[in-house]
Design a protein around this ligand. Structure first.
Ligand SMILES: Cc1ncc(COP(=O)(O)O)c(C=O)c1O
Length: 464
């Protein structure tokens, strides 16, 4: 028995894989990765792959960065865990809160942070904080969360309800109430059947109309990813978020920006909301790039006066009734501190902006293929949307077969990228990836698209 076959058998027999059909392994062998270094990973047979997806949009500084490994090791030796409940803490969590809150425009007053194990916990935390904030002011009816179709906010029950990719809602009823959906600025396939800029951002108007129908006095927060990620990498038009901010201000609604994917340089700015000056988030959700995936970590960052209001109004006998065992974890926070230092010292945000523009240019050339309907992106975050027909923009059949097949063909050639349920393949390399590797990555995609087309557009099943 080889290491590969032993592990593969154990995997198939015992391990549950997220977002994987339980019968997946009837047709596919497990992909068991044993090593990662920089932008490369290696499997049990020693085959190398370019990691074109940063694990799961998370390895900003690449795999196994020595400075993070050292920081984690040192912290593990000093203090591996202590609770932060009931007023306790540890130096790394204090230092990371201070560092993180210094990274935003001071006029935004984002002075408070606490740390979770990832994006879902962070969004659940921010949804609860938004509700606490209104409830302590005697406005507990102001509890609904507005989010967009195509959005992804996590796997908790509230965050699933906030998610606008509807297959995530199947078979888990009843979902919590109080989650309202509005249109996304998905210009390539506009659900309102309009074109930007002639539409004058009809999706924003639709959002405001929905808010008015629901009653602004019932809405706690508008939750949005600056660039929709899992829903197919959808950057918004320039004027979209300024208009959303205006609507939130007008109707006294908190803006929760979910920068779980876009934070820490991914889009070519440290945080994506910096692209559209003046978009002050009231709360921010961060994860993934905060520790480059080396250890689970997320952060909820909150306007100081929101926290103060809860402090002033909350019944003194009742603490802030929220917390996870691993909140403010010292080892995870030490990893976060080291990771941010690497991003800053190695100039990775500028690098992501420059190399991201190159990546987008190279990917855009793939529009030469019949099946490549749209290519879009921002920084080291990009997607290719696949269609059966560029005129009608109809997807290839069966649903999701095209992106799944393209991802498999790339994998066979030594490249990892990911499909999304929205007929796209998503590309999100580590911010350290150089242009030569970007070239190798795009070349693999370039060679794989005709094979995918051959099977799905021109193959025997298609002709029959
Ligand atoms: C925008 C966004 N929010 C939240 C989450 C959930 O994060 P996690 O998987 O760490 O719980 C994700 C995960 O991909 C995400 O992309």
């Amino acid at each position: 028995m080889t290491l590969k076959s032993t592990l593969a058998d154990m995997d198939k027999a015992h391990l549950i894989h997220p977002l994987t059909h339980p019968r997946h392994f009837e047709h596919h062998p497990p992909r068991i990765i044993v090593e990662g270094q920089g932008v490369m990973v290696r499997d049990t047979e020693g085959k190398e792959y370019i990691d074109g997806f940063s694990g799961l949009w998370c390895m900003a500084v690449g795999h196994s960065h020595p400075k993070i490994l050292e920081a984690v090791g040192e912290q593990m030796k000093k203090l591996s865990y202590f609770t932060s409940f009931h007023g306790s803490s540890s130096p790394p969590s204090i230092e990371l809160a201070a560092k993180l809150t210094s990274m935003f425009d001071p006029s935004y007053n984002l002075t408070r942070a606490w740390f979770t194990c990832g994006g879902s916990e962070t969004n659940e935390t921010n949804i609860k904080l938004a509700r606490f904030y209104w409830a302590v002011q005697g406005r507990s009816e102001k509890c609904k969360i507005v989010s967009r179709r195509y959005s992804y906010h996590g796997m908790g029950l509230a965050t699933t309800a906030a998610t606008g990719i509807f297959p995530f809602h199947f078979n888990i009823d009843p979902l919590p109430e109080g989650f309202v959906k509005v249109a996304a600025p998905y210009c390539y396939q506009c659900e309102l059947d309009l074109s930007y800029p002639g539409c004058d951002l009809a999706c924003v108007k639709e959002a405001e109309e929905t808010i008015l129908e629901e009653g602004p006095e019932t809405i706690a927060a508008f939750m949005a990813e600056p660039v929709i990620g899992s829903g197919g990498v959808i950057p918004p038009p320039e004027d979209y978020f300024p208009r959303i901010r205006e609507i939130c201000d007008k109707h006294d609604i908190l803006l929760i920006l979910d920068e779980v994917i876009t934070g820490f340089g991914r889009t070519g700015r440290m945080f994506a909301h910096e692209h559209w000056g003046g978009i002050r988030p009231d709360m921010l959700s961060l994860a993934k790039g905060i520790s480059s995936g080396h250890i689970p970590l997320g952060a909820s960052v909150v306007r100081g006066d929101i926290y103060d209001t809860i402090g002033e109004r909350q019944d003194e006998r009742l603490p802030l009734m929220h917390g996870f065992t691993y909140m403010n974890h010292p080892v995870a926070c030490a990893a976060g501190l080291a990771n941010i230092e690497v991003i800053e010292q190695e100039g990775l945000v500028r690098k992501a902006a420059e190399n991201g523009a190159y990546l987008l240019e190279r990917l855009t050339a793939l529009k030469k293929y019949d099946s490549v309907g749209d290519v879009r992106g921002m920084g080291m975050l990009a997607a290719i949307e696949l269609v059966a027909d560029k005129e009608t923009k109809m997807p290839m059949q069966p649903e999701n077969a095209a992106p799944d097949l393209l991802v498999d063909l790339c994998w066979d050639k030594g490249l990892f990228i990911r499909s999304s349920t929205m007929e796209t393949v998503c590309i999100a390399p580590a911010l350290i990836m150089d242009r030569a590797t970007i070239d190798r990555m795009v070349d693999v995609i370039d060679r794989s698209i005709p094979e995918m087309e051959e099977r799905l557009l021109k193959g025997p099943a298609r002709q029959a």
